[in-house]
Design a protein around this ligand. Structure first.
Ligand code: ADP
Ligand code: MG
Length: 675
């Protein structure tokens, strides 16, 4: 068995398990080796009950008084018990884990590892993991990694698997240049079989470097390759642009004017534009895109606009039609619900359509263009790598000029290091006459005082409300609000109001119908998942309520908040939390600031070292272990990547020598390129 063998080579993994593992992206032993623990448990640090302090704790004790309670109001089970040692007792609680209760043996010692917190007026240990004390102590591994559950595979299952792979991980081949032989194997071994936190830290340092090195090298190689691509020059003609801008129903803001200028000048060149347009929600990015589309149209070329959802694509098509059709520009919407698609696709390839607006249906293989020269991707972080690549492949020899628009800015530190080849335009002001959105954190228990009266007032004034939930329907996590139940709850609370729900699993027609009725003011409260997250524009909606706000990321909440505040009326955002814990810094920052750029920097900082072992979602990037705030490692990786390019990249022999590295980099190359 070797590092790159199939998972089927591992003892105890048959074809069926291998198939299941494949679903989670684990095809080889190597894939598994890069599945890092989400946390570690140090059983030496077990605390006596009388000495417990709030936070993450490990308790060794016995358990009694086990019971299950059904909470009717929220439809979920609470499993509880009392843990005791020779110094005291504490209450322990799980949610919807009935198996817990069945598995405990009386008068037997266990290790409980979880959060000890003040909840619902008392201290309790919440949802701890449980291990038989004898098992933990026999295996002598009192310092243990914890892996995230994948489907039915729990941490303990992964641990057994890793035990079978021990020697392969210890012999992992070297991958990086300029590193001491065996460094990688040592790091991988130490992250899965550490003796203590010092092992983990050392391993982490190496693995973060490895990840950043690959990422940065990929970006640099992209830059080289992009410089070889050609694009169609789309000529700038001042009077055309002026005519179009004069036709707009408003005056452009300074930021819009400057951004448009950057773009119009870029797409004149025969080198493909690779530009990110960042501007906070409501800053008016769409019209900037329209100005550039008009330039492409006047040059006789086609444009495409890709949006992440059908709702948004529909809205963009409508906006672009109202702006551009008076100038003879033919705009068509292409989403999965579009009728007579074949006919439309024929007209696209014949050049009878100038602008295609759509979701990824645009890039399905049988949509061909006559001369696509300008492509816009709205909210680019929602798009996968493959989609971008496909778009590029549609245009044959020449690459389209590419404009990615986002309200989730890439922090400046990143722009320089990782997106070296990306030009950035920023719209930093909102159009005049907007009142900033007020944000308020409230507790679920006080909604009837802090929220409902305000909602009634708003609805009486004819204004509308978004009500955002994490889930669509009842699942295992019943303590989290879901769309269907919340809609019912609100219908009881506000019996004479029009309340509807919306979620991503509804048919596109149904979604459009609901969204259109909301836009037309025929729905008072729209209960929805985050499908309304990006770009939807309903100026009469002035209030947004986000349930279980702690379950959303900072960028996402900021995006959601941008659904309101689109008209002149004062808008409010209520972030509802449902426990007694101190609200997170994330939420407090949102309450204080509406500046998307400030929040992006805060997000980067907050997600630093603290969440290293979780999957670090950074909008555009999915880093496993590195943090983008680790400037020291970034700078080391940058130097090494430069050295690699100047000393090694041009020698074909190295393609073999660094074969694994080359494969890894290909993945990142697709990620960091925009064209
Ligand atoms: P976003 O940047 O979030 O995509 P949109 O392009 O959807 O913003 O624009 C938000 C709203 O602002 C739209 O209704 C648009 O017509 C309006 N708008 C855009 N630019 C201006 C401007 N310069 N003055 C006034 N309103 C504007
Ligand atoms: Mg937008």
């Amino acid at each position: 068995m070797s590092f790159i063998d199939s998972v089927e080579e591992i003892k105890g993994v048959g074809p069926k398990t291998a198939l299941a593992l494949k679903k989670y992206g684990f095809e080889t032993i190597k894939d598994l080796a890069y599945y890092f623990p989400r946390d570690f448990e140090d059983y030496h640090r077990a605390t006596k009950i009388k000495d417990l302090k709030p936070g993450k704790v490990i308790v060794k004790g016995k358990i009694y008084n086990l019971m299950v309670n059904y909470v009717r109001r929220r439809h979920f089970n609470i499993e509880s018990g009392i843990i005791y040692d020779d110094t005291g007792e504490i209450r322990v609680v799980w949610y919807n884990q009935p198996y817990r209760i069945k598995n405990f043996k009386p008068d037997t010692e266990y290790y409980f590892s979880g959060n000890f917190d003040f909840k619902f007026n008392r201290y309790q240990l919440t949802s701890p993991t449980v291990n038989l004390a004898t098992e933990v102590e026999e295996t002598k591994t009192t310092f243990q990694p914890i892996y995230s559950t994948k489907g039915s595979y729990k941490s303990i299952w992964f641990k057994r698997l890793f035990d079978e792979m021990r020697s392969e991980i210890a012999k992992a081949p070297d991958m990086l240049p300029f590193e001491k032989p065996g460094a990688r194997a040592e790091a991988l071994y130490n992250i899965h079989f550490p003796d203590n936190y010092a092992d983990v830290e050392k391993a982490k340092e190496y693995l973060a470097y490895e990840e950043l090195f690959e990422l940065i090298l990929a970006a640099k190689l992209n830059k080289n390759e992009n410089s070889k691509l050609k694009a169609e020059p789309l000529k700038f003609v001042a009077e055309n642009t002026k005519r179009f801008v004069d036709s707009l129903p408003f005056k452009l803001t300074n930021g819009q004017r400057l951004a448009a200028w950057d773009i119009l000048k870029d797409i004149e060149k025969s080198k493909p534009m690779n530009r990110l347009l960042q501007g906070d929600v409501g800053s008016g990015k769409t019209v900037v895109a329209a100005i550039a589309i008009y330039q492409a149209f006047m040059a006789g070329k086609q444009s495409a606009l890709l949006a992440p959802t059908a709702i948004l694509a529909t809205q963009h098509a409508k906006t672009l039609k109202s702006l551009l059709e008076p100038f003879g520009v033919k705009i068509e919407l292409l989403i999965s619900a579009t009728k007579k698609k074949d006919d439309l696709k024929k007209r696209i390839v014949n050049g009878e359509v100038d602008v295609v607006v759509g979701t990824h249906a645009i890039i399905t293989d049988d949509t061909k263009f006559k001369n696509l020269s300008f492509a816009i991707i709205d909210e680019q972080h929602r798009f996968g790598v493959m989609q971008r690549q496909k778009l590029l492949m549609k245009t044959g020899e020449k690459a389209p000029h590419l404009l990615a628009m986002t309200a989730t800015p890439i922090p400046r530190s990143l722009q320089l290091t990782i997106f070296g080849d990306l030009s950035v335009s920023t719209i930093s002001e909102l159009p005049k006459g907007r009142t900033p959105i007020k944000t308020k954190l409230i507790n679920e228990l006080s909604m009837s005082e802090d929220l409902y009266p305000e909602m009634i007032e708003r609805m009486n004034a004819g204004e509308q409300i978004y009500w955002i939930c994490k889930l669509i329907e009842e699942t295992g996590r019943s303590e989290v609000a879901n769309v269907k139940k919340e809609a019912n709850k609100l219908r009881l609370q506000f019996p004479n109001r029009r309340i509807e729900y919306l979620h991503g699993r509804m048919k596109p027609d149904e979604k459009d119908e609901i969204m259109n009725r909301f836009k037309d003011g025929k729905i008072d409260i729209l209960v929805s998942t985050t499908v309304v997250e990006v770009g939807v524009d309903v100026p009469n909606a002035t209030t947004i309520v986000v349930m279980d706000a702690e379950n959303f990321g900072l960028a996402q909440l900021h995006q959601l908040r941008g659904r309101v505040g689109r008209g002149e009326k004062e808008s409010k955002c209520f972030l509802v939390v449902n426990n007694d814990k101190e609200p997170s810094l994330r939420l407090k920052e949102l309450e204080k600031s509406t500046d998307g750029f400030h929040l992006a920097e805060v997000d980067l900082k907050l997600r630093g070292p603290g969440e290293i072992y979780g999957q670090l979602q950074h909008g555009v990037l999915n880093l496993k272990i590195a943090t983008l705030s680790d400037t020291k490692t970034i700078s080391k990786a940058q130097k090494a990547a430069e050295r690699f390019i100047s000393e090694l990249a041009n020698n074909p022999e190295n393609m073999l020598k660094y074969e694994e590295l080359n494969t890894e980099i290909k993945k990142y190359q697709q990620l960091t390129t925009l064209n």
